[in-house]
Design a protein around this ligand. Structure first.
Ligand code: MRU
Length: 367
């Protein structure tokens, strides 16, 4: 079931329709998504009334971006519990819907653990389902809080990197309110700079093949009134060469214990360019994206997606000969030595070291 909304030009940062919401009966139980495959043309809600529908939406990228995948995973477990489905099987299916963003498994585990703990303590199915839902709501709220903290830490870091202000920021993929309980990760920092009057330009990589930059980041930047320009990914090098980039800000799908960062494919070339041109390369991600169980970049599983995402534009003419073989990794991995700083809700790791990251992860009270 889908409900369609025209996209108004309000100048607000967040979409009119929330990127994800829980619906109680009689509308639900359901996880209701803003269908990101339809943006920027229209804000359409996609109602997931069971876990297979939610898994399909995750695979199709109707819901996407690491923090939001964690939130979706948690609500997915709550949905299975509310329906009286097999919660363990649902959790397994959700956790494996996409392999790279560690937040997905994190959110699923939080809600599953809450459900199991309630059941083990003698709660009946309804009370255990309520416990799973409460935990999903907590994951959602914590992400909003983390987003606000990252924006503050990131803005302060930008000020240190370039005290004279006036930042020209290059970003890749989409990291705003569309992927978060709050205003996002890297885009939340750019938005904070914009509100502080310190954003000269947001350079938005189009982010081939699925155009999360052109379709989604440009959509969010336009709604927030940010000064932005979309560029083809291959144009980034000439921007660096012209001295037009003061910092690169990106998000992450998984950060290994050694500080290696998996993010949308095309991030690693930006890190190489940034190093060559002595431009800071900054990763903004909540601690739920840091995975101490993944030792290094080589251990990160990179999702491979269908080749037709490269050889065709959705609903348009093919852009390669019929049957052209295509290489379509969804992510690439940037080694820690190319990352200037990792901004989290608990503070900033810079330089990026195993010990520095571990220290941030062990912080119990965040500033
Ligand atoms: O394939 P996607 O669109 O889910 O990839 C998303 C990204 O790579 C984002 O940059 C990352 O999840 C960080 S979102 C705050």
């Amino acid at each position: 079931m889908a409900e369609r909304h025209e996209v108004p030009e309000t100048g607000a940062a967040a979409p009119v329709v929330p990127s994800l919401r829980w619906a109680d009966p009689p509308e639900g139980p359901a996880v209701v998504l803003l269908d990101q495959t339809r943006l920027p043309a229209e804000e359409t809600e996609l109602v997931c009334a069971d876990v297979p529908q939610l898994v399909a939406a995750i695979r199709a990228l109707a819901v996407r971006g690491a923090p939001l995948l964690g939130i979706a995973g948690a609500y997915g477990v709550a949905l299975a519990a509310a329906r009286g489905d097999d919660v363990a099987a649902a959790a397994e299916a959700l956790a494996h819907a996409r392999p790279t963003a560690v937040n997905l498994g994190y959110g699923v585990r939080r809600a599953s653990d809450a459900h199991r703990a309630a059941s083990d303590a003698g709660a009946g199915p309804e009370a255990a389902a309520s416990a799973a839902l409460a935990e999903a709501r907590a994951v959602h709220a914590e992400d909003a809080d983390a987003s606000a903290r990252m924006a503050r830490h990131g803005l302060a870091l930008l000020g240190e990197l370039r005290p004279e202000g006036g930042h020209r920021i290059l970003t890749h993929c989409n990291t705003g309110a569309l992927v978060s309980g709050g205003e996002g990760t890297a885009l939340a920092v750019a938005l904070a700079a914009h509100r502080a009057g310190a954003l000269r330009r947001l350079w938005v990589d189009e982010t081939r093949p699925l155009l999360q930059g052109a379709r989604l980041t440009a959509y969010e930047a336009a709604r927030a009134g940010m000064p932005y320009t979309v560029l083809a990914d291959g144009a980034a090098g000439s921007l660096f060469a012209a001295g037009e980039v003061d910092a690169v800000l990106i998000g992450a799908d998984r950060i290994a214990a050694d500080g290696s960062v998996a993010n949308k494919v095309g991030s690693y070339p930006l890190a190489v360019l940034a190093r060559h041109h002595r431009v800071p390369f900054v990763v903004v991600a909540p601690l739920s994206t840091v995975d101490p169980a993944t030792a290094g970049g080589a251990d990160i599983v990179v999702e491979q997606r269908p080749g037709r995402e490269v050889t065709e534009f959705p609903g348009a003419l093919p852009v390669a000969p019929a049957g052209a073989p295509a290489y379509n990794p969804a992510f690439d991995v940037t080694p820690a030595e190319l990352v200037t700083a990792i901004v989290t809700e608990a503070g900033v790791a810079s330089p990026v070291t195993r010990d520095g990251l571990a220290k941030l992860c062990s912080t119990s009270r965040w500033s």
